[in-house]
Design a protein around this ligand. Sequence first.
Ligand SMILES: Cc1cc2nc3c(=O)[nH]c(=O)nc-3n(C[C@H](O)[C@H](O)[C@H](O)COP(=O)(O)O)c2cc1C
Length: 328
Amino acid sequence: MNLNTRVTELLGIQYPIVQGGMMWVGTAELASAVSNAGGLGTITALTQPTPEALYKEIARCRNLTDRPFAVNLTLLPAVKPPPYAEYRQAIIESGVKIVETAGNKPHDHIQHFKQHGIKIIHKCTAVRHALSAQKIGADIISIDGFECAGHPGEDDIPGLILIPATADQIDIPIIASGGFADGRGLVAALALGAEGINMGTRFCATQEAPVHERIKQFYLDNDERDTNLLLRPFRNTSRVAKNSISDRVLEISQKPDLKFEDIQPYVSGLKGKLALETGDIDAGLITAGQVQGLIHDIPTCKELIERIIQEANQIIDSRLTKFIRANE
Ligand SMILES: Cc1cc2nc3c(=O)[nH]c(=O)nc-3n(C[C@H](O)[C@H](O)[C@H](O)COP(=O)(O)O)c2cc1C
C-alpha cells in the first residue's frame, strides 16, 4: 500500500510521513528507524553539543540507514546563540541532502543550503512566513498548527484552518504538522491540501525514541488537555506537557513585572534533557503536544508508520467511498 505525493517524490521516500526535529530526541537511532520504515527521519543539529559531534552523528546515521534522512536546524532566540554557521557547515560538508529549518529569520540559512543543492523543508506557523520561505527557495513548507508540541507561534491558528489557508496561497508542497498520530490525521491532512504529515510527540512514544520508558508512559497517560503554553509574555510561546515545573512557570508568569530571570531556572533545556533521560517527570520541561490524547501504545517506528498508511488507505477506500456510493 502506498500514498504517493509530491512530498514522497521530492524527498525520495516511500510514505509521506516525516519525523520533525526534536531537541534531545532527534538522534541517529530515531532518525534511522523512521527512514528505514519508509518515512523521513530527522537528526536535530543542536542536540549535538558541537558541530564536530554533529558530523559524527550524521555519519552514525548513515551507518544505520541507506535511505534519505534530514537534519533539523532550529533558529530560536537564545541568551547565548549556538555557532549556527559552523553547524550549517557540518551539515553541508557531511553531504546531507535534506534540511528542516525552523524558527526565526531563516533566509540566510536557507539561501546558503540551497547554494549546495540541499532540499529545504521550512517549518513555520503562519501563512505569511510560508510565503516568504517559498519566495526565497524553500522546496516544501511544513505548517505547524496551534496544537503542536514546541513552538506554535503567537497567532494561535489550529491546523484545521492553517493547513488549507496555507494551501490556498502556496504552490510548493505542504506537510501538515501538529496533532498527527494516525491514519485519520493523514487522510485529513491530504483532504486539507497537504501532501504529507510531520509528527513529533507521536514519535517520542516509539520503541526507538531515546527517551526513558517512564516518559513514554507519561505521554500515554496524558490526554489532550495535559499541556501548558509557556513563555507567552516573551513572544516565544512553547507548548510542553503539564507537570509541576510547567505549572510553576505559569504561576510565576502571572507576575505583572515578570522578567525572564524569574523563570529562567525552570525552563533550562538541560533540565528537560534530564527528565527525558532519567524518567523523572518533574525534573524539567517535557515538550509535548495536544496529540498526547491520541497516543495509546509504544510501537516500533515501522509498526507505527505501516499502521498509519494502512489505516489511511482503508479510510480512503472504504469509509469515504462508502459515503459517495450511499448517495448514488
Ligand atoms: C520532545 C520534542 C522536542 C522538539 N524539539 C524541536 C526542536 O528542537 N526544533 C524544532 O523545530 N521542533 C521541535 N519540536 C517540534 C516537532 O518537530 C514538531 O514540529 C511538533 O512536535 C509537531 O507537533 P506534534 O507533537 O503534535 O506532532 C519538538 C517536539 C517534541 C515533542
